[in-house]
Write a protein of this length. Sequence first.
Length: 132
Amino acid sequence: MQIDESRPIWAQLVDEFRRRIAAGEWMPGAKVPSVRELALELGVNPNTVQKALGEVDRLGLTTTERTAGRFVTRDEHAVADGRAALAASTADGFVAAARGIGMTLAEASDLLALRWTQSEADTHDINGKDAR
């Protein structure tokens, strides 16, 4: 994760943890790495990680069990809602940027479709196997 100096680090961590849940890197019911592990992995202060995880708890994407640690919610609707919210936020940024340079809806849609297709092609090698 690359830190953006223009935004609070804890807010960027919230986004990163939401992304990990939405992408299935942290599966429903899975134990979330400890604050110390995440702080070491991300190179940030443990207090900052704790603040971000508290916000992820507040969003309903994780739960804390007193003696067992923190776990990703098993609520599939909460995970789906979180994924949709992240996608909407990303789309809002794209729309604002595209409108800001004078693109029409048709031009932006065409660009998005082209980039989507290129992205799919980039994840496959010559034999058609998933390169990830």
